[in-house]
Write a protein that binds this ligand. Structure first.
Ligand SMILES: C[S@@+](CC[C@H](N)C(=O)[O-])C[C@H]1O[C@@H](n2cnc3c(N)ncnc32)[C@H](O)[C@@H]1O
Length: 334
C-alpha cells in the first residue's frame, strides 16, 4: 500500500529525480513502495529505461520490447559504447532513465580504453596517416584494409579528424536495432531496418579482462547459470598468426558493462552477422566488429555463431531453430 507524500513533496520529488536514475531495478521497486509520488516517478524512469538501452550513448535509441513473454521491462547493466579497462575509478553506477539525457562527458570513467594508443618515447602518437581527410579509393588509407584477416582503419594516431571516411566502425551502433524478449532465449537483438550485406553493424564493447580474471568470472557465471536463468556475455577472441598459433587473446566481458552486442544470440547455421577484428591506426588493441554477412530484413533477429560445440557437463540447450541446429550451445574454453 502506497501513501501520499507530505508537504515537503516538491523538494522530495526534485531530489528523487536526481537520485532515482542511479538505482537498480530492485532498489527502484522498493523506493516506489514508499509513496505515490515516488511510485509515479519510478514508473516514468522504468518507461524511459525500456525506451533506450543505450541511455543516449548511441545515435538512435534502442528500445526493449516485451509485450507477450513476461513482465521484464528491461535488463539492467552499465552502458559503454566502446571497450574499457576495468579500473578502481570505474563508477559502479550510471544514471539511466532520468529526465535529462546522459552525455558522454557525464560518464568519463567509462571511456578509459578509448585513450589507449601507441606513443614514442617523447609521447608523440605513432603510426597514423598524415591525410587531411580520408575519402575515395585514391587515399592511401583505403589500401590499409584487406591486407590480412584484421581490418584496418584510421584512428587516434591519424591527423584526419573524426569525420574521416575511413572510420566506419568508430561511431557506435550504425543501424536501427531493438531488443526483443523471447520465451526460450531470453532477450535477442533484432534489426529495425533493412541492412545491406557487408555493412558494419556494431562492435562488441565491454570490459577488457586478463585471462585469469576471465577464467574466474567464467566459473562464477557458470555457477549462476546452473541455479536458474542467467545470461553471461563473456566473449573470448583470438587473433591468429598465419601459422595458426594464437598470438593475441582478447577477453571481453559485456555482462556487467557493455553495449547492445551483448544481446546477440547464437545460431548454429552461422546467423546473419560475421565478425572481424579491426585495428585503428595508433590504437593498442583491435576491436571485435560485427558486419552483415547477408542482406538482413526489418524485424529479423541478428545472430552469429558462438563457436565450436564442445561436450561438457553443464551444456545449455540451443533454440536457434535453424535446420542445422546441434541442440546445444557452444561453450567457450576460458
Ligand atoms: C550473450 S547472451 C545473449 C543475450 C541473452 N539472450 C540475454 O537474454 O541477455 C548469451 C546467452 O543467451 C542465451 N542464448 C543465446 N543464444 C541462444 C540460443 N540459440 N538458444 C538458447 N539460448 C541462447 C544463453 O543463455 C546464452 O548464455
Amino acid at each position: 500500500m502506497t501513501k501520499r507524500c507530505n508537504a515537503t513533496e516538491p523538494l522530495l520529488v526534485e531530489c528523487a529525480e536526481l537520485v532515482l536514475p542511479y538505482l537498480t531495478p530492485w532498489e527502484l521497486a522498493s523506493v516506489s513502495l514508499t509513496c505515490r509520488s515516488l511510485l509515479k516517478l519510478s514508473r516514468s524512469i522504468t518507461l524511459r529505461r525500456s525506451s533506450d538501452a543505450s541511455r543516449g550513448f548511441e545515435t538512435l535509441p534502442i528500445p526493449f520490447l516485451n509485450t507477450t513473454v513476461d513482465s521484464h521491462p528491461y535488463v539492467h547493466f552499465l552502458y559503454t559504447p566502446s571497450l574499457l579497462l576495468p579500473s578502481p575509478l570505474l563508477l559502479p553506477r550510471q544514471p539511466w532513465g532520468g529526465s535529462s539525457v546522459v552525455s558522454l562527458s557525464a560518464a568519463p570513467a567509462l571511456l578509459l580504453a578509448q585513450s589507449v594508443g601507441l606513443v614514442d618515447a617523447s609521447g608523440r602518437t605513432l603510426s597514423g596517416c598524415d591525410c587531411q581527410a580520408c575519402a575515395g579509393s585514391a587515399c592511401p588509407c583505403a589500401s590499409l584494409d584487406g591486407l590480412d584477416d584484421v581490418g584496418r582503419e584510421c584512428g587516434p594516431g591519424c591527423r584526419c579528424g573524426p569525420e574521416c571516411g575511413n572510420r566506419a566502425t568508430r561511431n557506435g551502433v550504425a543501424v536501427g536495432v531493438k531488443i526483443v524478449r523471447d520465451g526460450r532465449k531470453g532477450w535477442g537483438l533484432h534489426s529495425d531496418q533493412f541492412i545491406r550485406k557487408g555493412l558494419f553493424v556494431f562492435e562488441y564493447a565491454g570490459e577488457l579482462l586478463t585471462t585469469k580474471e576471465a577464467q574466474r568470472r567464467h566459473q562464477y557465471y557458470d555457477e549462476l547459470a546452473s541455479h536458474g536463468r542467467f545470461s553471461s556475455a563473456l566473449l573470448v577472441v583470438r587473433e591468429h598468426l598465419p601459422s595458426g598459433k594464437a598470438c593475441l587473446r582478447l577477453n571481453i566481458d559485456a555482462t556487467r558493462i557493455g553495449n547492445v552486442a551483448r544481446f546477440v544470440n547464437h545460431s548454429c547455421d552461422g546467423g546473419n552477422l560475421s565478425t572481424k577484428l579491426v585495428r585503428s591506426s595508433g590504437a593498442l588493441l583491435p576491436r571485435l566488429c560485427f558486419f552483415a554477412s547477408k542482406d538482413i530484413q526489418v524485424d529479423e533477429e541478428l545472430t552469429f555463431s558462438y563457436g565450436e560445440i564442445r561436450k561438457r557437463a553443464n551444456e545449455l540447450p540451443c533454440f536457434c531453430n535453424s535446420p542445422f541446429c546441434f541442440g546445444t550451445l557452444p561453450s567457450e574454453d576460458t
